[in-house]
Design a protein around this ligand. Structure first.
Ligand code: GDP
Length: 198
C-alpha cells in the first residue's frame, strides 16, 4: 500500500469524541522519544504530520489521521516521562486505557520499542496489559539503522526470547523499521492492507 492521502481529523483525550466512522483503526504507542512521530511521518510520506517531540510533557492527546479514506492511523501519547511504576495503571493515563477498552474500531496496536534497548518493564507491562485485555498488537523495533545488521538481529531475537521466557507462549508479531532509511515501511503498510482486506 502507498499512502496517497493522510488527513488530520481530531485530537482529544476522550474516547467518546473520537471519529464515529466505522473505519478500521491502528494505534501507535510507545515511550517518549522512541521514534513514533518520525515513523508516522515516514509511513505517510510527510515531514510533520505527527509532531516530533524532543520535549517531554507536551500535551498528551489521542490524534486521529485518516489514511487514503480507508483507515485511521492513531497517534497515542508517548509514555514513560515518569519513572517506571510497578503498576501499568499508574503509568498510563486513564484516557489511554479507556481508548483501548472502548474503541471498537481498533483492529490492532503497534507498540514501539527502540531496537537498541533491552526489554523495559514499562513496555512489557503494557504488552501484558494488552494481552490480558485481548487487544491484538505487534511490536515495532524502531531506529533499525542505529545497529549493524548482526547486532540488530541479535537484539531483536533477545527481546523476543525474553518475552517468551516470561509471559508469552508465542512471540508477538513484529516489524523492524528505520525512519531514516525507510526500512520496514512496505512490510508494515502491506501488513495493514492485508488485515484491512480480510
Ligand atoms: P517520539 O517522541 O516517539 O515521537 O520520537 P521522535 O520521532 O520525535 O524521535 C525522537 C528522536 O529520535 C529524534 O531525534 C529523531 O530524529 C530520532 N529518530 C527517530 N526515528 C529514528 C530512526 O529511525 N533512525 C534514527 N537514526 N533516528 C531516529
Amino acid at each position: 500500500m502507498d499512502i496517497k492521502k493522510a488527513e488530520f481529523i481530531i485530537s482529544n483525550t476522550d474516547v467518546s469524541r473520537c471519529p464515529k466512522e466505522q473505519l478500521p483503526e491502528y494505534a501507535f504507542i510507545g515511550r517518549s522519544n522512541v521514534g513514533k512521530s518520525s515513523l508516522i511521518n515516514m509511513l505517510t510520506n510527510r515531514k510533520s504530520l505527527a509532531k516530533t517531540s524532543g520535549k517531554p510533557g507536551k500535551t498528551q492527546l489521542i490524534n486521529h489521521f485518516k489514511i487514503n479514506d480507508e483507515w485511521f492511523l492513531v497517534d497515542l501519547p508517548g509514555y514513560g516521562y515518569a519513572k517506571v511504576s510497578k503498576s501499568t495503571k499508574k503509568v498510563f493515563q486513564k484516557f489511554i486505557t479507556a481508548y483501548f477498552e472502548k474503541r471498537l474500531q481498533l483492529v490492532s496496536a503497534f507498540v514501539l520499542v527502540d531496537c537498541r534497548h533491552e526489554p523495559q518493564p514499562i513496555d512489557t507491562e503494557f504488552m501484558q496489559w494488552l494481552g490480558e485485555n485481548q487487544i491484538p498488537f505487534s511490536i515495532i523495533f524502531t531506529k533499525g539503522d542505529k545497529l549493524k545488521p548482526g547486532a540488530l538481529e541479535r537484539n531483536v531475537q533477545n527481546y523476543l526470547d525474553t518475552l517468551t521466557s516470561e509471559v508469552w507462549e508465542e512471540a508477538p508479531n513484529y516489524f523492524i523499521t528505520s525512519s531514516s532509511s525507510g526500512l520496514g515501511k512496505d512490510e508494515l503498510l502491506n501488513y495493514i492492507e492485508d488485515v484491512n482486506e480480510q
